[in-house]
Design a protein around this ligand. Structure first.
Ligand SMILES: Nc1ncnc2c1ncn2[C@@H]1O[C@H](COP(=O)(O)OP(=O)(O)OP(=O)(O)O)[C@@H](O)[C@H]1O
Ligand SMILES: [Mg+2]
Length: 361
Protein backbone atom coordinates (compact mmCIF):
# COMPACT_ATOMS: atom_id res chain seq x y z
CA UNK A 1 0.00 0.00 0.00
CA UNK A 2 1.27 3.38 -0.90
CA UNK A 3 0.35 6.92 -1.84
CA UNK A 4 1.00 8.13 -5.38
CA UNK A 5 2.32 11.56 -6.30
CA UNK A 6 2.42 12.82 -9.86
CA UNK A 7 4.46 15.95 -10.30
CA UNK A 8 4.49 18.30 -13.30
CA UNK A 9 3.95 15.40 -15.68
CA UNK A 10 3.85 15.79 -19.46
CA UNK A 11 3.56 13.11 -22.13
CA UNK A 12 4.22 13.80 -25.79
CA UNK A 13 3.69 11.06 -28.34
CA UNK A 14 5.98 10.66 -31.35
CA UNK A 15 4.12 13.08 -33.59
CA UNK A 16 4.80 15.89 -31.08
CA UNK A 17 1.25 16.02 -29.71
CA UNK A 18 1.19 16.76 -25.97
CA UNK A 19 -1.35 14.36 -24.49
CA UNK A 20 -0.69 15.03 -20.78
CA UNK A 21 0.01 18.64 -19.97
CA UNK A 22 2.02 19.48 -16.81
CA UNK A 23 -0.26 17.51 -14.54
CA UNK A 24 -0.11 17.32 -10.72
CA UNK A 25 -1.94 14.72 -8.69
CA UNK A 26 -1.81 13.37 -5.14
CA UNK A 27 -3.48 10.04 -4.51
CA UNK A 28 -3.94 9.10 -0.89
CA UNK A 29 -2.76 5.75 0.45
CA UNK A 30 -5.53 3.15 0.43
CA UNK A 31 -7.97 5.31 -1.51
CA UNK A 32 -10.09 4.51 -4.55
CA UNK A 33 -9.14 7.15 -7.09
CA UNK A 34 -10.87 7.54 -10.45
CA UNK A 35 -9.63 9.17 -13.64
CA UNK A 36 -12.80 10.18 -15.46
CA UNK A 37 -13.25 11.91 -18.78
CA UNK A 38 -14.33 11.63 -22.41
CA UNK A 39 -12.57 9.50 -25.01
CA UNK A 40 -9.12 10.80 -25.91
CA UNK A 41 -8.61 13.03 -22.84
CA UNK A 42 -5.54 11.04 -21.73
CA UNK A 43 -6.85 8.66 -19.02
CA UNK A 44 -5.16 5.51 -20.35
CA UNK A 45 -1.97 7.42 -21.07
CA UNK A 46 -1.80 8.67 -17.48
CA UNK A 47 -2.54 5.20 -16.08
CA UNK A 48 0.19 3.68 -18.29
CA UNK A 49 2.67 6.26 -17.05
CA UNK A 50 1.84 5.28 -13.45
CA UNK A 51 2.24 1.61 -14.45
CA UNK A 52 5.58 2.25 -16.14
CA UNK A 53 4.54 1.27 -19.70
CA UNK A 54 5.02 4.82 -20.99
CA UNK A 55 7.91 7.10 -20.11
CA UNK A 56 6.86 10.73 -19.58
CA UNK A 57 8.59 13.53 -21.47
CA UNK A 58 8.77 15.55 -18.23
CA UNK A 59 7.85 15.21 -14.56
CA UNK A 60 7.94 12.44 -11.96
CA UNK A 61 5.85 9.63 -10.52
CA UNK A 62 6.41 8.77 -6.84
CA UNK A 63 5.00 5.82 -4.89
CA UNK A 64 5.32 6.99 -1.29
CA UNK A 65 8.80 8.53 -1.10
CA UNK A 66 10.25 6.43 -3.90
CA UNK A 67 10.79 7.97 -7.33
CA UNK A 68 9.40 5.44 -9.83
CA UNK A 69 9.80 7.55 -12.94
CA UNK A 70 12.65 5.53 -14.50
CA UNK A 71 11.77 2.16 -12.98
CA UNK A 72 10.43 -0.50 -15.41
CA UNK A 73 6.84 -1.70 -14.90
CA UNK A 74 7.77 -5.12 -13.45
CA UNK A 75 9.73 -3.48 -10.61
CA UNK A 76 6.95 -1.12 -9.51
CA UNK A 77 4.75 -3.59 -7.64
CA UNK A 78 1.58 -2.87 -9.59
CA UNK A 79 -1.41 -5.08 -10.35
CA UNK A 80 -3.22 -4.25 -13.56
CA UNK A 81 -6.70 -5.08 -14.87
CA UNK A 82 -7.65 -4.27 -18.47
CA UNK A 83 -10.92 -3.81 -20.35
CA UNK A 84 -10.32 -6.97 -22.44
CA UNK A 85 -9.20 -9.15 -19.46
CA UNK A 86 -5.86 -10.02 -21.17
CA UNK A 87 -5.91 -13.58 -19.80
CA UNK A 88 -3.83 -16.31 -21.43
CA UNK A 89 -6.46 -18.37 -23.28
CA UNK A 90 -4.34 -21.54 -23.34
CA UNK A 91 -3.62 -21.53 -19.60
CA UNK A 92 -6.08 -22.69 -16.94
CA UNK A 93 -7.59 -20.24 -14.48
CA UNK A 94 -5.13 -21.55 -11.88
CA UNK A 95 -2.12 -21.00 -14.16
CA UNK A 96 -3.35 -17.55 -15.15
CA UNK A 97 -3.58 -16.46 -11.51
CA UNK A 98 -0.31 -18.22 -10.60
CA UNK A 99 1.60 -16.50 -13.43
CA UNK A 100 2.92 -13.52 -11.46
CA UNK A 101 3.88 -15.69 -8.48
CA UNK A 102 5.82 -18.15 -10.66
CA UNK A 103 7.61 -15.21 -12.31
CA UNK A 104 8.67 -14.20 -8.80
CA UNK A 105 9.97 -17.73 -8.11
CA UNK A 106 7.57 -18.33 -5.22
CA UNK A 107 7.50 -21.96 -3.99
CA UNK A 108 4.76 -24.32 -5.17
CA UNK A 109 2.96 -24.74 -1.85
CA UNK A 110 2.65 -21.00 -1.31
CA UNK A 111 1.43 -20.61 -4.90
CA UNK A 112 -1.31 -23.21 -4.40
CA UNK A 113 -2.40 -21.56 -1.15
CA UNK A 114 -2.41 -18.01 -2.53
CA UNK A 115 -4.13 -18.82 -5.80
CA UNK A 116 -6.83 -20.67 -3.83
CA UNK A 117 -7.21 -17.73 -1.46
CA UNK A 118 -7.56 -15.12 -4.20
CA UNK A 119 -9.89 -17.24 -6.34
CA UNK A 120 -12.10 -17.47 -3.28
CA UNK A 121 -11.90 -13.73 -2.66
CA UNK A 122 -13.27 -13.06 -6.16
CA UNK A 123 -15.87 -15.84 -5.89
CA UNK A 124 -14.16 -18.13 -8.46
CA UNK A 125 -13.25 -21.11 -6.28
CA UNK A 126 -14.15 -24.25 -8.21
CA UNK A 127 -13.08 -22.77 -11.57
CA UNK A 128 -9.33 -23.41 -11.21
CA UNK A 129 -9.12 -26.02 -13.99
CA UNK A 130 -11.29 -24.16 -16.53
CA UNK A 131 -9.81 -22.29 -19.49
CA UNK A 132 -10.73 -18.61 -20.07
CA UNK A 133 -12.67 -19.24 -23.34
CA UNK A 134 -15.06 -21.39 -21.25
CA UNK A 135 -15.86 -18.49 -18.87
CA UNK A 136 -18.36 -15.65 -19.10
CA UNK A 137 -17.13 -12.06 -19.33
CA UNK A 138 -17.85 -11.42 -15.67
CA UNK A 139 -16.00 -14.59 -14.63
CA UNK A 140 -13.01 -13.65 -16.79
CA UNK A 141 -12.85 -10.24 -15.17
CA UNK A 142 -12.97 -11.84 -11.71
CA UNK A 143 -10.03 -14.06 -12.69
CA UNK A 144 -8.17 -11.02 -14.04
CA UNK A 145 -8.78 -9.28 -10.71
CA UNK A 146 -7.45 -12.29 -8.77
CA UNK A 147 -4.40 -12.38 -11.03
CA UNK A 148 -3.72 -8.69 -10.42
CA UNK A 149 -4.14 -8.94 -6.64
CA UNK A 150 -2.45 -12.28 -5.90
CA UNK A 151 1.02 -10.73 -6.13
CA UNK A 152 -0.05 -8.32 -3.35
CA UNK A 153 0.88 -5.21 -5.31
CA UNK A 154 1.40 -1.75 -3.83
CA UNK A 155 -1.08 -0.27 -6.27
CA UNK A 156 -4.01 -1.63 -8.28
CA UNK A 157 -4.53 -0.04 -11.71
CA UNK A 158 -7.69 -0.68 -13.70
CA UNK A 159 -8.47 0.57 -17.20
CA UNK A 160 -12.22 0.45 -17.96
CA UNK A 161 -12.55 -3.05 -16.43
CA UNK A 162 -16.35 -3.01 -16.65
CA UNK A 163 -16.97 -1.70 -20.13
CA UNK A 164 -17.05 -5.08 -21.92
CA UNK A 165 -19.77 -6.39 -19.59
CA UNK A 166 -23.53 -6.15 -20.03
CA UNK A 167 -25.35 -3.81 -17.66
CA UNK A 168 -26.35 -6.40 -15.03
CA UNK A 169 -22.91 -7.96 -14.82
CA UNK A 170 -21.37 -4.52 -14.75
CA UNK A 171 -23.24 -3.76 -11.53
CA UNK A 172 -22.25 -7.13 -10.01
CA UNK A 173 -18.54 -6.79 -10.79
CA UNK A 174 -18.64 -3.13 -9.75
CA UNK A 175 -19.83 -4.18 -6.30
CA UNK A 176 -17.26 -6.99 -6.17
CA UNK A 177 -14.46 -4.51 -6.96
CA UNK A 178 -15.73 -2.06 -4.33
CA UNK A 179 -15.95 -4.76 -1.62
CA UNK A 180 -12.55 -6.21 -2.43
CA UNK A 181 -10.84 -2.83 -2.54
CA UNK A 182 -12.27 -1.91 0.86
CA UNK A 183 -11.35 -5.31 2.32
CA UNK A 184 -7.74 -5.24 1.08
CA UNK A 185 -7.36 -1.47 1.43
CA UNK A 186 -5.16 -1.23 -1.65
CA UNK A 187 -4.50 2.14 -3.31
CA UNK A 188 -6.50 1.91 -6.53
CA UNK A 189 -6.50 4.00 -9.70
CA UNK A 190 -9.54 3.30 -11.83
CA UNK A 191 -10.11 4.64 -15.34
CA UNK A 192 -13.59 5.11 -16.73
CA UNK A 193 -15.62 7.39 -18.98
CA UNK A 194 -18.79 6.37 -17.10
CA UNK A 195 -19.76 9.04 -14.59
CA UNK A 196 -22.12 6.78 -12.65
CA UNK A 197 -19.33 4.22 -12.12
CA UNK A 198 -17.05 7.01 -10.93
CA UNK A 199 -19.63 8.39 -8.49
CA UNK A 200 -20.48 4.95 -7.12
CA UNK A 201 -16.93 3.71 -6.51
CA UNK A 202 -14.60 6.59 -5.77
CA UNK A 203 -13.18 8.36 -2.75
CA UNK A 204 -11.81 10.98 -5.16
CA UNK A 205 -12.48 11.71 -8.81
CA UNK A 206 -10.21 13.62 -11.19
CA UNK A 207 -12.30 14.80 -14.11
CA UNK A 208 -9.94 15.24 -17.07
CA UNK A 209 -10.15 17.46 -20.13
CA UNK A 210 -7.53 17.39 -22.89
CA UNK A 211 -4.66 16.11 -20.76
CA UNK A 212 -5.40 18.31 -17.75
CA UNK A 213 -7.48 17.98 -14.62
CA UNK A 214 -10.59 20.12 -14.85
CA UNK A 215 -11.78 19.34 -11.30
CA UNK A 216 -10.62 17.13 -8.46
CA UNK A 217 -12.88 16.21 -5.57
CA UNK A 218 -15.09 13.70 -3.83
CA UNK A 219 -18.14 12.44 -5.77
CA UNK A 220 -20.34 14.79 -3.69
CA UNK A 221 -18.13 17.82 -4.37
CA UNK A 222 -17.98 17.15 -8.09
CA UNK A 223 -21.73 16.54 -8.38
CA UNK A 224 -22.93 19.29 -6.06
CA UNK A 225 -20.33 21.96 -6.75
CA UNK A 226 -19.17 21.60 -10.35
CA UNK A 227 -16.43 24.14 -11.10
CA UNK A 228 -17.38 24.61 -14.74
CA UNK A 229 -20.07 23.96 -17.31
CA UNK A 230 -17.87 21.13 -18.65
CA UNK A 231 -17.94 19.33 -15.29
CA UNK A 232 -21.66 19.87 -14.75
CA UNK A 233 -22.42 18.61 -18.22
CA UNK A 234 -20.22 15.53 -17.85
CA UNK A 235 -21.45 14.45 -14.40
CA UNK A 236 -25.15 13.70 -14.19
CA UNK A 237 -27.87 15.72 -15.87
CA UNK A 238 -27.56 19.48 -15.55
CA UNK A 239 -29.27 22.51 -16.99
CA UNK A 240 -26.79 25.07 -18.29
CA UNK A 241 -28.85 28.24 -18.56
CA UNK A 242 -27.18 31.31 -20.03
CA UNK A 243 -27.52 34.71 -18.39
CA UNK A 244 -25.72 37.89 -17.42
CA UNK A 245 -24.18 38.18 -13.98
CA UNK A 246 -25.26 41.38 -12.21
CA UNK A 247 -23.06 43.58 -10.05
CA UNK A 248 -19.27 43.59 -9.59
CA UNK A 249 -17.41 40.27 -9.41
CA UNK A 250 -16.98 38.73 -5.94
CA UNK A 251 -13.55 39.48 -4.50
CA UNK A 252 -11.44 36.42 -3.66
CA UNK A 253 -11.88 37.20 0.06
CA UNK A 254 -15.62 37.82 -0.22
CA UNK A 255 -17.53 36.51 2.82
CA UNK A 256 -20.49 35.61 0.63
CA UNK A 257 -20.54 33.43 -2.46
CA UNK A 258 -23.97 34.54 -3.64
CA UNK A 259 -24.46 36.42 -6.92
CA UNK A 260 -27.40 37.48 -9.06
CA UNK A 261 -27.72 36.30 -12.64
CA UNK A 262 -30.25 37.80 -15.08
CA UNK A 263 -32.05 35.23 -17.20
CA UNK A 264 -34.93 36.13 -19.52
CA UNK A 265 -35.21 39.53 -17.83
CA UNK A 266 -35.38 38.25 -14.23
CA UNK A 267 -32.68 38.10 -11.55
CA UNK A 268 -31.96 34.81 -9.78
CA UNK A 269 -29.70 34.25 -6.75
CA UNK A 270 -27.13 31.45 -6.94
CA UNK A 271 -23.66 30.48 -5.68
CA UNK A 272 -20.41 31.44 -7.40
CA UNK A 273 -16.74 30.93 -6.60
CA UNK A 274 -15.36 34.14 -5.02
CA UNK A 275 -12.55 35.59 -7.10
CA UNK A 276 -13.76 34.08 -10.35
CA UNK A 277 -14.36 36.69 -13.08
CA UNK A 278 -17.92 36.40 -14.37
CA UNK A 279 -20.01 38.56 -16.65
CA UNK A 280 -21.57 36.30 -19.21
CA UNK A 281 -22.41 33.41 -16.95
CA UNK A 282 -24.09 30.09 -17.00
CA UNK A 283 -26.48 28.96 -14.28
CA UNK A 284 -26.06 25.30 -13.42
CA UNK A 285 -29.13 23.67 -11.88
CA UNK A 286 -29.82 19.95 -11.57
CA UNK A 287 -33.29 18.88 -12.80
CA UNK A 288 -34.10 17.47 -9.34
CA UNK A 289 -33.28 20.77 -7.61
CA UNK A 290 -35.83 22.87 -9.48
CA UNK A 291 -39.41 23.15 -8.22
CA UNK A 292 -42.21 23.30 -10.70
CA UNK A 293 -45.21 25.35 -9.54
CA UNK A 294 -48.41 26.72 -11.03
CA UNK A 295 -47.75 30.08 -12.75
CA UNK A 296 -49.78 32.08 -10.23
CA UNK A 297 -47.43 31.08 -7.36
CA UNK A 298 -44.43 33.07 -8.67
CA UNK A 299 -42.31 32.86 -5.48
CA UNK A 300 -38.90 34.53 -5.12
CA UNK A 301 -35.99 33.13 -7.15
CA UNK A 302 -38.25 31.90 -9.89
CA UNK A 303 -38.72 32.23 -13.65
CA UNK A 304 -41.91 31.90 -15.69
CA UNK A 305 -42.05 29.24 -18.39
CA UNK A 306 -44.29 26.98 -20.42
CA UNK A 307 -44.44 23.18 -20.44
CA UNK A 308 -42.92 22.01 -23.70
CA UNK A 309 -42.73 18.28 -23.06
CA UNK A 310 -43.79 15.89 -20.29
CA UNK A 311 -42.63 12.30 -19.82
CA UNK A 312 -44.02 10.04 -17.12
CA UNK A 313 -41.27 7.58 -16.09
CA UNK A 314 -42.84 5.81 -13.09
CA UNK A 315 -40.58 6.93 -10.25
CA UNK A 316 -40.47 10.47 -11.65
CA UNK A 317 -42.02 12.77 -14.21
CA UNK A 318 -39.59 14.66 -16.44
CA UNK A 319 -40.63 18.00 -17.84
CA UNK A 320 -39.01 20.20 -20.41
CA UNK A 321 -39.91 23.85 -19.81
CA UNK A 322 -39.38 26.69 -22.25
CA UNK A 323 -38.35 30.04 -20.79
CA UNK A 324 -39.39 33.44 -22.19
CA UNK A 325 -36.03 33.65 -24.01
CA UNK A 326 -36.57 30.19 -25.62
CA UNK A 327 -33.98 28.38 -23.46
CA UNK A 328 -35.15 24.90 -22.43
CA UNK A 329 -34.92 23.69 -18.83
CA UNK A 330 -35.30 20.08 -17.67
CA UNK A 331 -37.13 19.52 -14.37
CA UNK A 332 -37.63 16.19 -12.59
CA UNK A 333 -40.52 15.72 -10.17
CA UNK A 334 -40.17 12.62 -7.97
CA UNK A 335 -42.83 10.65 -6.14
CA UNK A 336 -46.53 11.40 -6.14
CA UNK A 337 -47.10 14.75 -7.82
CA UNK A 338 -48.31 17.69 -5.76
CA UNK A 339 -49.19 19.42 -9.00
CA UNK A 340 -49.72 17.98 -12.48
CA UNK A 341 -48.87 20.08 -15.49
CA UNK A 342 -49.99 19.68 -19.09
CA UNK A 343 -48.13 20.53 -22.28
CA UNK A 344 -48.58 24.19 -23.15
CA UNK A 345 -49.44 25.16 -19.56
CA UNK A 346 -47.87 28.28 -18.04
CA UNK A 347 -45.73 27.38 -15.00
CA UNK A 348 -43.07 28.85 -12.80
CA UNK A 349 -39.66 27.38 -12.02
CA UNK A 350 -38.28 27.98 -8.55
CA UNK A 351 -34.50 27.69 -8.22
CA UNK A 352 -32.74 26.81 -4.99
CA UNK A 353 -30.15 29.55 -4.34
CA UNK A 354 -27.94 27.11 -2.39
CA UNK A 355 -27.67 24.29 -4.92
CA UNK A 356 -27.69 26.46 -8.08
CA UNK A 357 -24.27 27.65 -9.24
CA UNK A 358 -23.01 30.28 -11.62
CA UNK A 359 -19.88 29.52 -13.69
CA UNK A 360 -18.26 31.33 -16.62
CA UNK A 361 -19.77 30.56 -19.98
N1 LIG B 1 0.73 5.48 -29.15
C1 LIG B 1 0.17 6.66 -29.44
N2 LIG B 1 0.70 7.48 -30.37
C2 LIG B 1 0.16 8.68 -30.67
N3 LIG B 1 -0.95 9.17 -30.07
C3 LIG B 1 -1.53 8.40 -29.14
C4 LIG B 1 -1.01 7.12 -28.77
N4 LIG B 1 -1.82 6.60 -27.81
C5 LIG B 1 -2.78 7.51 -27.59
N5 LIG B 1 -2.62 8.59 -28.38
C6 LIG B 1 -3.47 9.81 -28.41
O1 LIG B 1 -3.41 10.39 -27.12
C7 LIG B 1 -4.69 10.89 -26.74
C8 LIG B 1 -5.09 10.29 -25.40
O2 LIG B 1 -5.25 8.89 -25.56
P1 LIG B 1 -5.70 7.96 -24.36
O3 LIG B 1 -5.71 6.57 -24.87
O4 LIG B 1 -4.86 8.25 -23.19
O5 LIG B 1 -7.18 8.48 -24.11
P2 LIG B 1 -8.34 7.91 -23.17
O6 LIG B 1 -8.78 9.05 -22.33
O7 LIG B 1 -7.90 6.67 -22.49
O8 LIG B 1 -9.50 7.59 -24.22
P3 LIG B 1 -10.57 6.36 -24.27
O9 LIG B 1 -11.67 6.72 -23.31
O10 LIG B 1 -11.06 6.39 -25.69
O11 LIG B 1 -9.86 5.08 -23.92
C9 LIG B 1 -5.63 10.58 -27.88
O12 LIG B 1 -5.78 11.72 -28.68
C10 LIG B 1 -4.92 9.48 -28.63
O13 LIG B 1 -5.25 9.51 -29.99
MG1 LIG C 1 -8.50 4.68 -22.58
Amino acid sequence: MTSIRINDLSVTYGSGIQVIDRLHLDIEEGSFFTLLGPSGCGKTTLLRVIAGFIEPSAGQVHFGNIDMTRLPAHQRGIGMVFQDYALFPDKTVFDNVAYGLRARKIDGLTITRKVGEYLERVGMQGFAERYPPALSGGQRQRVALARALVIEPRVLLMDEPLSNLDSKLRLQIRSAIADLQREIGITTVFVTHDQEEALALSDQIALMKKGRIEQLGSPQEIYQRPASAYVADFIGAANLIQGEVQGPPLAAASPTSEVAIRIAGQDLRAQATPGQALSLGCLIARPENIQLLPAEHAPHNSLPGQVWRKQYLGHKTSYSIELADQQQVAVDCFGPARHEFACGQAVCLQFDAQSSRVVPR
